[in-house]
Design a protein around this ligand. Structure first.
Ligand SMILES: Cc1cc2nc3c(=O)[nH]c(=O)nc-3n(C[C@H](O)[C@H](O)[C@H](O)COP(=O)(O)OP(=O)(O)OC[C@H]3O[C@@H](n4cnc5c(N)ncnc54)[C@H](O)[C@@H]3O)c2cc1C
Length: 482
């Protein structure tokens, strides 16, 4: 590849301040939320129009340069990690809501729109956008589509893929494709389904048509505290077995309770081994009927304490604790890996007990805070990157947790994608035939492997793991996690 000629081609598309090439400017894009992997791209481009994205992808195709789409870089699996010789397309400035049609209950948005902005725009019409990752105030809808992201309310409403009706995408050779439509029924094969969750390997989403739902009329939220994590896990199975479908069913263990309490003081019982948060939502009459049944089921699961949110303020406090738990764990440990395995819901209690044993075996603390209703575990594996070998040991424990999920009939990822982090686990979950079929599809759409090269499939050269520790600005006393 002629780098000089390629950069000259990019200069024709982007003004100087939106084509970054200096080491200082590139530093911010060297990793995403999985900071253990870092790679410096050749350049970062910051398009402001869909036309600029298309031209940049065409230039990549012409010169054979790999490219990575980046939303807000909150991926926890290294999905937005740059390719060393490639470019990053930072899409945050494509952040327009192009259409909001309350009658049809749809919105058409650009990929850089932040998830929560759709709900804010829809609120005056009594509508919302349902998938709500805990990173909702920062992650983009483009990243959500690529990872088929979930969130606390996906138990009832489904993941991102259940809310995307249509996509306009630029394929890896620069061609445009319109997938699906703005209608609930579509005549074609499910190409939207194919693109959703494809982790940027099939091109870049430029426009996304999403469904909007009516805002629930009312919510009822409770906190149940248990003496063991397994009991909380079993309570989830009982709620589901009862036929109820709560809006959210979340578990936090003692370490994450302590962290959340220290960070945002939601009033959680500090002596609980585990907390279960259950929220019902919908029409008032239905919620009230289900509430009575829910309380019976929760009482039968023998919590030692049940706290009921009396008003919106108390409800928001409960959620604030849950939603801040990931970042709050930063108070307990300088570094941690967030795992994203899934187990069948009925095996949650068993899985949590095994994770406790593995944590003791490795002598590594593991905090658990997760979307229990989906069986989606998020063990936070804590380590101190300044200690030699600590990251590798944390990875060893993470790998055993993944094996556990597969053994229990679950999956290596729930909502955070495979990215770079979990690609070596793919053959543990999928047979050679499955892997070959996925690879054939990738090659059919992107024969040059330009789009997000090196992700999802094992085998290609992996970037080196880096020891992580305090951020240089933290060490200098400029920023702090307090
Ligand atoms: C504190 C915290 C909490 C989180 N909680 C959740 C949670 O509850 N549920 C959940 O699902 N995730 C969660 N995540 C993970 C992350 O926020 C989501 O995966 C999110 O969808 C990533 O969005 P992003 O805009 O940051 O994407 P990025 O990290 O920038 O990119 C993610 C992937 O999408 C690709 N991509 C980005 N834009 C496009 C596009 N327009 N077209 C094609 N591919 C594209 C990238 O190449 C990459 O592979 C959490 C992360 C953090 C840090």
């Amino acid at each position: 590849m002629n780098q000089a000629a390629f950069l000259a081609a990019l200069r024709k598309i982007f003004p100087e301040h939106r084509l970054l090439t200096t080491p200082a400017a590139l530093a911010a894009y060297e990793s995403d939320g999985l900071t253990a992997f870092q790679a410096r791209p050749l350049a970062v481009v910051i398009p402001e129009t869909q036309g600029e994205v298309i031209q940049a992808v065409k230039a990549c195709y012409q010169f054979g340069v790999p490219f990575v789409a980046r939303g807000s870089g909150t991926s926890l699996s290294g999905g937005a990690l740059p390719v060393k010789e490639g470019i990053v397309l930072a899409l945050n400035r494509l952040n327009r809501i192009l259409k909001l049609d309350p009658q049809q209950r749809i919105a058409v948005v650009e990929p850089g729109v932040v998830n929560i902005e759709i709900t804010k725009a829809a609120a005056p019409y009594g509508l919302l956008y349902a998938p709500d990752p805990s990173s909702q105030p920062i992650c983009t809808i483009g990243g959500n589509v690529a990872f088929n992201s979930g969130g606390a309310h996906c138990l009832k409403y489904g993941m991102t893929s259940n809310h995307v009706l249509g996509l306009k995408v630029v394929l890896p050779d620069g061609e445009l494709a319109e997938l699906g439509s703005d209608s609930l029924e579509s005549v074609d094969a499910d190409y939207v389904g194919l693109f959703g969750g494809s982790e940027g390997l099939f091109g870049i989403a430029l426009e996304i048509t999403v469904r909007l739902l009516p805002k629930p009329e009312t919510y009822r939220t409770l906190l149940a505290a248990y003496r063991s994590l397994e009991a909380a896990g079993d309570a989830v199975s009982s709620v589901i077995a009862s036929g109820l479908l709560p809006g959210a069913l979340e578990i936090m263990d003692n370490l994450s309770i302590q962290a959340a309490e220290a960070a945002v003081k939601p009033g959680y019982p500090l002596d609980a081994a585990a907390l279960l948060i259950v929220e019902l939502e919908g029409e008032r009459a239905q919620v009230e009927a289900e509430w009575a049944r829910l309380k019976e089921v929760i009482d039968a699961s023998q919590p030692y304490l049940v706290k009921i949110a009396r008003d919106d303020e108390e409800r928001m406090r409960i959620w604030k604790g849950r939603k801040s738990a990931f970042s709050a764990v930063g108070r307990l440990s300088p570094d941690y890996i967030v795992q994203d395995g899934v187990v069948p819901r009925r095996r949650l209690g068993e899985a949590l007990a095994e994770i406790e044993k593995l944590s003791a075996k490795w002598g590594i603390r593991v905090a658990n805070v997760f979307h229990a209703g989906d069986g989606n575990l998020h063990p936070l594996i804590m380590f101190d990157g300044r200690e030699p070998g600590a990251l590798q040991r944390a990875e060893g424990l993470a790998s055993e947790i993944i094996d556990l999920c597969i053994q229990l009939g679950g999956s290596i990822t729930g909502e955070h994608g495979v990215g770079i982090e979990k690609r070596q686990y793919m053959p543990r979950q999928f047979s050679k035939t499955d892997m070959d079929a996925m690879w054939a599809l990738r090659k059919a759409i992107d024969p040059l492997e330009l789009a997000n090269r090196g992700k999802v499939f094992p085998g290609s050269e992996a970037p080196a793991l880096h020891q992580v520790g305090a951020h240089p600005l933290e060490r200098a006393g400029v920023i702090s996690r307090e």
